[in-house]
Structures are given as structure tokens and as C-alpha cells.
Design a protein around this ligand. Structure first.
Ligand SMILES: [Zn+2]
Length: 255
């Protein structure tokens, strides 16, 4: 933490500032309380945003529906379709670029979906699947008319490509959604944790070795607690992102 008197960085457990020698025992609980209040205010602000969004939906249902359909469904589909037209028709480039587009384009929409709508995992999967299906249908239609071939895929290899492409779009949107959760919810909570680490973190810290001082145990428990709350979502991001990249690039490299 930062010393409230001299603004130098000091240890969280310090009783006296090593730079200005001032007593921190009285100030520290106040600092922690302020940190907790700030975190609580952030939470309330997001809650208020959610309630306002719901109010807007009730007051102007048509406007809300149209705006959200355009923003969350139409725009990503248009972008994906534009990438498809540019890569396969205009430039006749390596399909790898199209697959990369399917991994990159949905991510920001998943992030905004969490930040603005507070939609979680299930909402992201539903929206991702909807975008994927509609985008792939539009692409097949465009290709069908352009190359004068049937719109509906024929052999299994074509179907597989459709499924992989859709999966990579869906997973990319879910990846963006989890990144949003990580940035907006998990990290601020981790950083605001000024007080005592929880009991589980203490137990794990003790398992790692008994013969340390109380302060060191506490510091160790803090690190473990931060790891515990961050590791789940980070693993989620890694898994969905890897899935998206794998499904997206699989066909191109013949894995
Ligand atoms: Zn100081």
C-alpha cells in the first residue's frame, strides 16, 4: 500500500512507515474501509446501470429491441460477412485469414455483452450460437450465389467446416465474455481485498509450512487468496480461447 502521509510504497502489514516514520496503526483500518467502500460503490454503480437498462427496456421495448438486435447481432454478422467476402471473393486470399477473423471479431462483443448487459456465460453461448448460425447462413448464401453452387453444404467435409467455423465464433464470444467478467468483477475485488484473507487461504498457507511468522503467513494467505479468485476465470479464458482458435484453424492446417 501507499503511505497516506508521504505517498511512498510500504508493506501492507507495516505499523510504522519506513520512509517518514509515522504511525500507521490508526490510519490503516480507515484506508481499508475506504477501499471497501470504493469497491462497494463500483458494485452499486454497475447495479444501477443494470436497473436503468431494465427500465429502458420496459419504457421503450421496441427501441430497446431494435437497438440491441443491431448492436449485438447485426453488427458482428455484418463484420464476419464482410471478412468472408473480402477474403474469399475480393482477394481470394488464404482461408486462414477468414478463420482468424472468426476468432477475433466476436471477442469485443462478448466483452461488451458482459460490461453493458451483465450477461454471463449462458447468455454469451446463446448469443454466440445465434450470431454463428446467422453469419454462416449468410456466408453460404453469398458463396452460393457468387460461385453458382448449392447453398446447403453437401458432403460431410463441408458440414464439418460449417460446424468448426460456428464453434470458433461461439467460443470467441464466450472468451470475450469471461474476459469482461475478469476485468470488471474479479480483478477489482482482488485488488480491494485489504483485510484479512479468508480461512481457506489461511489453511493452504499453513499447509505450505508452519514455521513462519504471523505476518508472513498472512501475506502468503493473501497471495493464495488472490490466486484462487483469479485462476478460475483465467483458466476459463484460456480454455475457451484455445477452443476457438483450435476450431477456427483446425480445417486450415488439417489437424
Ligand atoms: Zn510515510
Amino acid at each position: 500500500m501507499e503511505c497516506p502521509f508521504c505517498a511512498e510504497t510500504i508493506k501492507d502489514e507495516a505499523i510504522v512507515c519506513k520512509h517518514c516514520s509515522r504511525d500507521l496503526r490508526v490510519v490503516r483500518p480507515v484506508i481499508h474501509e475506504v477501499q471497501e467502500i470504493v469497491a462497494e460503490m463500483d458494485r452499486l454503480r454497475r447495479e444501477l446501470g443494470r436497473i436503468n437498462a431494465r427500465l429502458e427496456r420496459i419504457k421503450y421495448p421496441v427501441h430497446y429491441f431494435v437497438a440491441h438486435t443491431i448492436g449485438y447481432v447485426l453488427v458482428p454478422i455484418v463484420l464476419l460477412l464482410a471478412a468472408h467476402i473480402l477474403v474469399t471473393i475480393v482477394f481470394d486470399a488464404n482461408p486462414l485469414y477468414l478463420r482468424l477473423a472468426s476468432v477475433i471479431i466476436p471477442v469485443p462483443f462478448g466483452l461488451v455483452l458482459y460490461a453493458r448487459q451483465n450477461a454471463g456465460f449462458r447468455g454469451a453461448i446463446l448469443l454466440g450460437a445465434l450470431i454463428a448460425i446467422l453469419a454462416v447462413i449468410s456466408m453460404l448464401t453469398v458463396t452460393g450465389f457468387n460461385d453458382n453452387v448449392p447453398i446447403v453444404p453437401g458432403p460431410w467435409i463441408e458440414w464439418r467446416e460449417v460446424i468448426e467455423y460456428s464453434a470458433s465464433i461461439t467460443l470467441a464470444l464466450v472468451t470475450g465474455n469471461i474476459i469482461g467478467f475478469l476485468i470488471l468483477d474479479v480483478l477489482p475485488k482482488t485488488m480491494a481485498q485489504g483485510g484479512k484473507p479468508n480461512a481457506l487461504a489461511y489453511s493452504i498457507a499453513r499447509l505450505l509450512g508452519q514455521h513462519v511468522g504471523e505476518e508472513q503467513l498472512r501475506r502468503r494467505a493473501r497471495i493464495i487468496q488472490d490466486l484462487l479468485v483469479t485462476v478460475g476465470p483465467v483458466a476459463g479464458v484460456a480454455a475457451t480461447a484455445a477452443g476457438s482458435v483450435y476450431a477456427g484453424l483446425k480445417g486450415v492446417f488439417g489437424w
